[in-house]
Design a protein around this ligand. Structure first.
Ligand SMILES: *Cc1c(COP(=O)(O)O)cnc(C)c1O
Length: 394
């Protein structure tokens, strides 16, 4: 939990390098890594005061750790939120929000198109605790409206979605939920855009989720996640859960992410520019049926994307008319691109969703969702765009 005062009036790129570090008596310039599981007390009285929160301060790194707090404070400020709580993975962030805010008998409205593990968590894990879920087509505002119930507690979506780059209208969905019941918490997984391109809290959302594993790390090293929310929600609801249940972020990973935030703006803007160029170039190639990228003129929600995101993001998907055979051939012919399902890396990655990330879905579900055999997803990195294009031979 980050407490100290930060000048929030500065621009994002300044906040990303300057906030969160509270210099120690050693006068270090770079952010220190506090690789310690516990903290010592001056005497028994202080130990008792720290444990009871009568005196603020560190006790044990499952609860708080200064390096983790530096990362939390920096990300909170960048998202325009009061407070942040880091978690051991992106999924741990989602689980923490669910288990800390929901009880048996509650209801969740979520988008149909979501990260695979998130969908399984909602569908199978929450169901075991008697939490009821309604999945909606997230581009249909009337479906969100109709799904609200008196016991609805959470609304959850990602935008843009993986891999088809559909856009959810953050402001309108937040308004629908809050007008129905001001107590409903609107949760946005902002992993694909990061605060560099999109700030959901400024559009009415209550909670932002991150998989820091992706663009925040940006170099494919560490697993981690974060939740940005109001001070009240973090202190009264999320932190007590974390302290007791323990999906805490390791200080080492927090330190890597803290340094990742410093270059986030440069990396996300550059990979987005690369991705737009790649998407426009792909539209000109023979053998490509369709390209999915938010800021393309051919994207049905281009206006909404341009309104809520400053750029299209790093992910481009496209459908080859030759189906799976053509998709696999394209993937197998690459020499530079990495064949892996991770995304948001400095290295460009290429994936065949139908047989990897979405392989567990039924044929029917895949086809309905547009995960066709000819679909290829590219997470564009920081290489020269000419070299990425040259590696894709059609
Ligand atoms: C990867 C991902 C997650 C899960 O994050 P982990 O760090 O792998 O647990 C959640 N949401 C989205 C959109 C993701 O891409």
């Amino acid at each position: 939990m980050a407490d100290k005062e930060t000048d929030r009036s500065k621009q994002l790129s300044t906040l990303a390098v300057r906030t969160g570090h509270h210099r120690t008596a050693e006068q270090e310039h770079s952010e220190p890594l506090f690789m310690t599981s516990s903290f010592v007390f001056d005497n028994a009285e202080q130990a008792a005061a720290r444990f009871s929160y009568a005196e603020p301060g560190n006790v044990y790194s499952r609860f708080t750790n200064p390096t983790v707090q530096a990362f939390e404070e920096r990300l909170a400020v960048m998202e325009g939120g009061d407070a942040c709580m880091a978690t051991s993975s992106g999924m741990a962030a989602i689980m923490t929000v669910c288990l800390a805010t929901l009880k048996a008998g509650d209801h969740v409205v979520a988008a149909k198109a979501m990260f695979g593990a998130t969908k399984v968590l909602f569908d199978q894990l929450l169901a075991k605790f008697d939490v009821d879920i309604t999945f909606v087509d997230m581009t249909d505002l009337s479906a969100w409206q109709e799904a609200m119930q008196t016991n609805t507690r959470l609304v959850f979506f990602e935008t843009p979605t993986n891999p088809l780059m559909e856009i959810a209208d953050i402001q309108s969905i937040s308004d629908i939920a809050h007008q129905y019941n001001s107590e409903i918490l609107v949760v946005v997984d902002n992993c694909f855009c990061t605060p560099v391109l999109q700030r959901p809290l400024s559009l009415g959302a209550d909670i932002v989720i991150h998989s820091a594993t992706k663009l925040i790390d940006g170099q494919g090293r560490c697993i981690g996640g974060a939740i940005v929310a109001s001070r009240e929600l973090v202190d009264d609801c999320l932190f007590p859960f974390m302290r007791t249940a323990g999906p805490s972020l390791s200080p080492f990973n927090a330190w890597v992410f803290l340094k990742g935030l410093e270059t986030l703006s440069l990396r996300v803007n550059h990979s987005s520019d690369n991705a737009l160029q790649l998407a426009q170039w792909l539209e000109q190639q023979v053998g490509i049926e369709r390209v999915y990228y938010p800021s393309l003129d051919s994207h049905p929600q281009q206006a909404l994307a341009n309104k809520q995101q400053s750029k299209g993001g790093s992910i481009v998907s496209f459908v080859l008319s030759g189906g799976q055979e053509a998709a696999w051939q394209l993937i197998n012919n690459t020499k530079l691109l990495s064949i892996t399902a991770n995304l948001g890396d400095a290295k460009t990655t290429i994936t065949h969703p139908a047989t990897t990330t979405h392989a567990r879905w039924s044929e029917q579900d895949k086809l309905e969702a547009g995960i066709v055999p000819g679909l290829v997803r590219i997470s564009v990195g920081l290489e020269a765009i000419e070299d990425i294009q040259e590696d894709l031979r059609f």
